[in-house]
Design a protein around this ligand. Structure first.
Ligand code: PMT
Length: 400
């Protein structure tokens, strides 16, 4: 993931170098942006050496209309779109005031206005400046706007005074960044097997039965699990999606291939999440040659496919098994029936007729059905957030 680290002008600016290192340990790609006054305290060269990247120090380059300069003039937009988070540490009273009032006079303030990524600020300043009503009211405005604030520590300050205003510890800032990015490490040591996408059942060498699954839900679960520290095996039907980093990707096509892969690999997993839209039926016989067109109608005999989830649910061992239910009617009744029939610990039911839910959307609206009778409805969330809520529930179950 990519983050921009804004460094502003305070004595604590040197601590931003240690912060860069700490964030890199979390495999975050850090682009440093410095204000003019920050450069009075520490040189861009330090950050360039640490990140291996040019540090952004100016809004505009030379005064010419060369393509390179035009590019640099709109670079804040490109950076704004590229980053997953903007962190400002140390954040001076001045930068908080600019952010709070939307005054965009340099690269960092313009980046703040231009980005839709979450913003974290770690203020550091003299105690009187920190306590000043203007600073506190700017912070309140920023907090109300969703900006995350890592409050400064109390202690001896560079100005010789004692009180609140010292930049928070590197670890506290890193922890906030990871939590805002959804990068908790609470699945470390766990192995998660996820199924995703559709399966395809051949009628003949050129035609097959399939469904509308894009794989987005399952890939989001794989992605979220990896980010939280799990080892992930992703058994995937055909999709156009980018394979999430660091997953053990097992491509399959048919239900039979998915079943073989899941049964072969489930021994390695203590959590199995079946988000794939597995075909319930397949042609009883696949034709070796392309079916020819004729004048009469064509009837194709279908047979049920093996139920992979039910097979796993019948032989759970110490595993937590989560199934999905794609429903179009009587959601709760059908989901509860699946919970029992398939022996799952949780069924994640989605009404695929709802706007923003189900197939090939970036969001989903689900209810979690648990074996103890609880139903946990979730609002419309991105599939990544749905994935994290499912993982939270799995961890709660495993801890009880
Ligand atoms: O991939 P997306 O475009 O992001 O869409 C997401 C989704 C709609 C596919 C997903 O949210 C979802 O609902 N997945 C389950 C789809 C499905 O097959 O539901 P089902 O109710 O038919 O099956 C119930 C459960 O049994 C599922 O966990 C399924 O993986 C499993 N199953 C089904 C049939 C079969 N032969 N073997 C199985 O293991």
């Amino acid at each position: 993931m990519k983050i921009a680290l804004g460094v502003t002008g305070g004595v604590a600016a040197y601590k931003a170098a240690e912060l860069v290192r700490r964030l890199q340990q979390e495999k975050l790609d850090v682009q440093v942006v410095m204000t003019r006054s920050a450069q009075e305290f520490i040189t861009p060269l330090t950050f360039a050496a640490l990140t291996g990247k040019k540090v952004i120090t100016e809004m505009f380059g030379e005064r010419d209309a060369s393509p390179a300069n035009v590019e640099s003039a709109i670079e804040h937009i490109a950076v704004a779109q590229r980053i997953d988070l903007l962190l400002v540490a140390p954040a001076t009273a001045d930068i908080l005031g600019h952010f709070a009032h939307g005054i965009a006079g340099d690269f960092l303030t313009t980046l703040y206005l231009a980005t839709k990524a979450p913003v974290v600020v770690a203020p550091a300043m003299n105690v009187n400046m920190w306590e000043h009503p203007a600073t506190q009211s700017n912070l309140a405005a920023l907090r109300a706007r969703g900006v995350h604030v890592v409050d400064p520590d109390e202690g001896y300050l560079a100005c010789g005074m004692t009180g609140a205003g010292r930049l928070a510890a590197t670890e506290a800032i890193a922890k906030k960044v990871l939590s805002v990015l959804g990068l908790r490490h609470d699945l470390e040591g766990q192995s998660v097997l996820v199924t995703a996408g559709p399966t395809c059942e051949d009628l003949d060498p050129v035609r097959f039965l399939t469904n509308r699954s894009s794989g987005k839900m399952g890939y989001a679960i794989a992605d979220a699990s990896v980010r939280r520290g799990a080892h992930v095996i992703l058994v995937s039907g055909p999709t156009d999606l980018r394979i999430p980093e660091s997953v053990d990707w097992v491509p399959v096509r048919t239900t039979e291939e998915m079943r073989t892969a899941v049964l072969e690999r489930c021994g390695e997993a203590n959590i199995v999440i079946m988000a794939a839209a597995v075909a319930d039926y397949r042609p009883a016989a696949s034709q070796a040659q392309k079916l020819k067109r004729g004048d009469a109608g064509l009837t194709i005999e279908l047979e049920p496919t093996p139920d992979i989830l039910a097979q796993l649910g019948g032989n759970k061992g110490g595993r937590t098994i989560v199934g999905f239910a794609a429903e179009t009617e009587r959601i709760a009744e059908n989901a509860r029936a699946k919970l029992q029939r398939k022996g799952a610990d949780i069924i994640v039911a989605n009404d695929v007729t709802q706007e923003g839910a189900g197939f090939d959307t970036d969001t989903n609206i689900v209810t979690l059905f648990l074996r103890d009778g609880r139903e946990i409805p979730l609002p419309k969330l991105s599939k990544f957030d749905v994935a994290n809520r499912i993982l939270d529930q799995i961890l709660t179950l495993r801890a009880s």
